[in-house]
Design a protein around this ligand. Structure first.
Ligand code: GDD
Ligand code: MG
Length: 360
């Protein structure tokens, strides 16, 4: 049975303030820590043993997931004292793997929501005889990703992480953040120092003539590294557009966790999720928004594509669009915030103090 490594040590800088108290994979998406969806999908594909490579806020994973038995998994945790980068993190957990030198080992970035057919990726790896196989997807703007041109047979020709010049943009195929490594390739990564699998390991392997195989598909794919993407991903899980066996309830326009209180005339649409213990007041209209546990949204507030942190408070009639409200923050009544505004954890925005001006 194929085992897997999950890379969950990144700082999640772009998701701040959501990642001030919580590492990115533990921020709730569709009512459960995002990582739950990845673990459940791996389990559904037959993976039983998963090693979590942790670093930033490492201490929160094990108390929540424990030995993994609640998900039918055997989970292990390995924490880097100093972040070792993606390749260093993979090498650092090698001693926990049970696979033989020729066996395939799955590796996942910890912030990807995808419908990837995991078994198909392993099958491509085995039939191609590759050293490493990579899941690839096509995106409109590839600049923020690793570019991976392939030949007619799907063999990888180059790996260009986050290209800096237009000449480097040679394809719209990008590294989708799921790999199968031959075990012996993991053991050959230098130990005890930071290594980037994208900037060092893949280019070095290609230069030495190793066989890297790409598998391109067009299934659902999203990197949840920004607030916009995170909110989109959570809504798509609720709507059933992104597949996960771990959504706690039936898919549809909204997901209301059991202990939440929602006024009967509040309108929840577009994959909105209301977390445990959250309270939604009368006449509130909330679209494609994630409201985390314990938050309060008062009467007549209008929220769209936003993320409301744990125990945060949104006052009456306040309008939020594409906004992150950090844990414990308060946005008083009659405010209007839009377009990427982020209210820091525990901050207080006084009532009637912010208006959004548009050219009329
Ligand atoms: N343990 C550990 N230690 N994990 C780490 C470290 C580290 O030092 N650094 C990053 N990670 C984890 C992150 O938690 C995340 O799950 C994964 O490695 C990728 O890091 P990101 O910071 O999210 O990278 P990215 O999104 O900019 O780029 C990566 O993903 C793209 C696809 O979304 C690259 O792999 C690109 O090539 C790829 O296209
Ligand atoms: Mg990422």
């Amino acid at each position: 049975m194929t085992e897997a490594i999950l890379l969950v040590g990144g700082k999640g800088t772009r998701l701040r303030p959501l990642t001030v108290n919580t590492p990115k994979p533990m921020v709730p998406a569709a009512g459960v820590p995002f990582l739950t969806h990845q673990l459940a999908r791996a389990r559904a594909a037959g993976v039983e043993h998963i090693v979590l490579a942790t670093s930033y806020l490492a201490e929160v994973f094990e108390p929540y997931f424990g030995d993994g038995s609640a998900l039918g998994l055997h989970l292990e945790y390995v924490t880097e004292e100093e972040p070792l980068g993606t390749g260093g993190a993979i090498r650092n957990v090698a001693s926990r793997l049970r696979s033989g030198p020729q066996d395939p080992v799955l590796i996942f970035n910890g912030d990807i929501l995808t419908g990837l057919d995991i078994k198909a990726l392993v099958a491509v790896h085995e039939t191609s005889g590759a050293d490493v196989s990579l899941h690839l997807t096509r995106v409109a703007d590839p600049r923020a990703y690793g570019l991976v041109p392939t030949d007619a047979d799907g063999r990888v020709q180059a790996f260009l992480e986050k290209p800096q010049t237009p000449e480097e943009i040679v394809t719209d195929q990008i590294n989708a953040g799921a790999y199968v490594f031959r075990r012996s390739v993991i053991d050959a990564i230098p130990a005890g120092r930071p290594v980037s699998v994208e900037r060092e390991t893949f280019p070095d392997l290609l230069a030495s003539g190793a066989h890297l195989q790409g598998m391109v598909d067009s299934t659902y794919w999203l990197d949840l590294g920004t607030p916009q993407a995170f909110v989109r991903g959570s809504a798509d899980l609720v709507l059933g557009r992104a597949p996960s066996p771990a959504v706690p309830g039936r898919c549809g326009d909204r997901l209301i966790l059991p202990t939440a209180t929602v006024a009967p005339d509040a309108k929840l649409t577009g994959g909105t999720v209301i977390g445990e213990g959250a309270v939604i007041g009368p006449g509130a209209r909330i679209d494609a928004t994630t409201v985390l546990p314990g938050a309060r949204v008062d009467e007549g507030a209008v929220l769209s594509a936003s993320l409301i942190g744990e125990n945060a408070h949104v006052g009456a009639r306040t309008i939020l669009s594409d906004v992150v409200v950090g844990d414990g923050a308060t946005v008083g009544a009659d405010n209007e915030l839009r377009a990427g505004a982020r209210v820091w954890c525990d901050a207080v925005v006084a009532p009637s103090s912010i208006r959004f001006s548009s050219d009329e």
